[in-house]
Design a protein around this ligand. Structure first.
Ligand code: SAM
Length: 248
């Protein structure tokens, strides 16, 4: 996408004049709209779905989340990205003695999580607005980055690296497409818990191509096929990364 803008700006700047400025502002506006739509669509959806999601008790502690926890230093500071109801993960980390900041785009989710996990801090914030530097020992994202389109995903990946301390850990759980050749960009507006939202499957190659050049080492990958009334059959992919010494 960046390459696309760059190419167009270069092309436009050769011609000069009002028309070029108009084209440039059209491109910028279209891109902003694309991003704004995903964020506002999902904010509305998750506000409406918050109570149903809590009742579904969907999340389960898995062995990669346990490994993430085991590898963290004592008194680690964890950022839970898209912390949802705070259950079971934020509570799990707080109970293990860690300091946790949960952020979520949905005010309704934040209300629920504050009741469920009073000893964690929660803020209503989109992960696209993250602005921390070398702050966290661990960042935990369980089924939240799949709610971003590829442009936003790449942008948030950079913000994650910036927010992590050297040697910090990233746990990331997403869904893979069921078929490798499926057009997952086409089918990414889905109805979940009765709400229309953006949710996209990501291939292992896409994830590694985004994170590896930013200075993360892959420690482990785990896959599981899970089935639930709310989300149907999901091909889960979970990855554990560690931030390298040199921040490129
Ligand atoms: C599938 S739920 C996962 C919640 C929790 N991590 C769990 O495992 O149970 C996705 C969560 O991400 C939140 N979310 C969606 N888009 C977000 C964004 N741009 N920034 C922060 N949170 C977001 C939703 O409000 C929702 O609480």
């Amino acid at each position: 996408m960046l390459l696309y803008i760059h190419t167009n700006v270069h092309f436009i700047s050769k011609g000069g004049g009002k028309l070029n400025l108009f084209i440039l502002s059209y491109i910028t506006n279209s891109l902003m709209k694309e991003n704004l739509d995903v964020i506002s669509l999902n904010k509305k959806a998750w506000n409406n779905a918050a109570k149903k999601y809590e009742l579904a008790k969907y999340g389960k502690i898995n062995s990669l989340a346990e490994l993430f926890r085991e590898k963290l230093p004592e008194n680690a500071f964890i950022l839970d990205l898209g912390s949802g109801t705070g259950l079971p993960f934020t509570k799990y980390f707080v109970d293990k003695g860690f300091k946790v900041l949960g952020i979520d785009i949905s005010a309704e989710m934040i209300k629920i999580s504050k009741i469920n996990v009073p000893n964690a801090e929660f803020r209503e914030l989109s992960m696209t607005e993250l602005d921390f530097v070398n702050k966290f020992d661990g960042i935990f994202s369980n089924y939240s980055m799949l709610l971003l389109n590829p442009t936003l995903f790449k942008d948030v990946a950079k913000k994650i690296i910036k927010s992590l301390k050297i040697n910090g850990l990233l746990y990331l759980a997403l869904n893979e497409p069921r078929e490798k050749n499926a057009n997952f960009d086409k089918d990414s507006v889905v109805k979940i818990l009765g709400e229309e939202m953006y949710s996209r499957a990501y291939l292992e190659e896409e994830i590694l191509t985004i994170f590896a050049p930013l200075g993360l080492n892959l420690l482990k990958i785990q896959r599981e096929i899970i089935s639930s009334k709310e989300f149907g059959i999901e091909h889960c992919i979970r990855l554990l990364f560690k931030k390298k010494l040199l921040n490129k």
